[in-house]
Design a protein around this ligand. Sequence first.
Ligand code: ATP
Ligand code: MG
Length: 467
Amino acid sequence: MTAAPMPASPQFAAACRILATLRAAGYEAWLAGGCVRDLLLGREPEDYDIATSARPDVVLDMFPRTFAVGAHFGVVLVASEPESASKESAPPQVATEVATFRSDGAYSDGRRPDEVRYTLSAEEDVQRRDFTINGLLLDPLHPETQLSSKSLRNAVVDHVGGLADLDAGIIRAIGRPERRFEEDHLRLLRAVRFAARFGFTLEPATRAAMRHLAHRIHAVSRERVRDELTKMLTEGHARHAFELLDEADLLVQVLPEVARMKGVEQPPQFHPEGDVWTHTLLLLGQLEPGCPLTLAWGALLHDVGKPATFRRAERIRFDGHVEVGMAIAADICRRFRFSNDETRQILALVEHHMRFMDAPRMKDSTLKRFFRLDRFDEHLALHKMDCLAASGNLDNWQYVRERLLAIPEEAVRPTPLLTGRDLIAAGYTPGPRFKEVLRAVEDAQLDGAVTTSEEALALARERFSSL
Ligand code: ATP
Ligand code: MG
């Protein structure tokens, strides 16, 4: 664990001021949860959460700009201006979550406590949190806090053994793992996400409970599951995350179509790396932090049609795996309630992933139409990962990239030499053949076979008469 000195961010400063105000009024207040974990790991926290003995109504009264965000759970958002902001322009506001110490009542829906009880005990508040590394409290006003990295630990209050687990790189449920996962099934996926993000391992009893209760994940809304999986895929540790999902028996629950990839052999001449699952993991290992979610899901699903189309002929074949894969991916997108736009792009990535093979033999018109695909950069990125996860031969990728750079945008989408209006003016009546002819003329334009409107119209006349 390498703890850095305290950050100088406006968020941190705002949290410290709120904390000081709460304490001056006689309440107990700490930095809590993810921000403490991140500070100890030497990472800049995204936001700072405060846990306090003050009740929500007190917090709402104590600060001028507040919002009761999670009223039911005692969470108040406190907005504050950065200290140094000039008075003239409207200063950017920093929002800090202030949560009243609480202990959660029974959980009957597998996601949310039926009721929460406020408490004066910070220790009780920590006990309701999910994992030991998320259960640490920090006093940022402690004199030692400002000093060197090591002394940051002296300002930490650890009721759950979180410091030792941070040092050892372990995700461990607070309390009895079975009970904690039974209360809130989303924690099953949170455990995987944190382990992947930090490169940690699942503590054996925690993992055993996860395996035992993995099937309960179906009680969690599909949107929540989707969001957790998307975070895993786009935080830069997707491979580790999916290995852990598998290890915890969660993969077969949330994505049985992906779990089916395991053990599906591939022809070694094209796939020296091994089976479809191994290949997919090698792709996931290349997903960068912050990558678009469509690219990430496209990478995960590009070969999802292979298990169902596996066939041994003169060699192992997966004829039709693209079409079958698109149908399966469409099912998954529907199940996880992806937006239409996201679904369209994920399916397009599956649909076109094999076309790069043909690129060097494509006519200009075909290649240019290929380049017109929405967010073509994602197609190109997926193809590169696909190659690097198999033979490593990047010739086709290189070829497409060079052509993409060489062909200017106005050549990919030129102003048409001929439009439907021109055809009407020339005496043709709109109908099904219209579109066909216009497309043929546009192809000729993209191929450079016609370069003027006159030539385009002549070609159209020729087409109409031959049809
Ligand atoms: P991230 O960096 O992903 O935001 P985080 O640890 O800050 O990680 P949050 O979801 O923001 O996670 O939650 C803040 C804190 O609240 C956690 O660190 C944990 O202490 C507690 N917490 C959040 N969700 C749960 C849960 N489902 N069960 C128990 N405790 C939780
Ligand atoms: Mg957080």
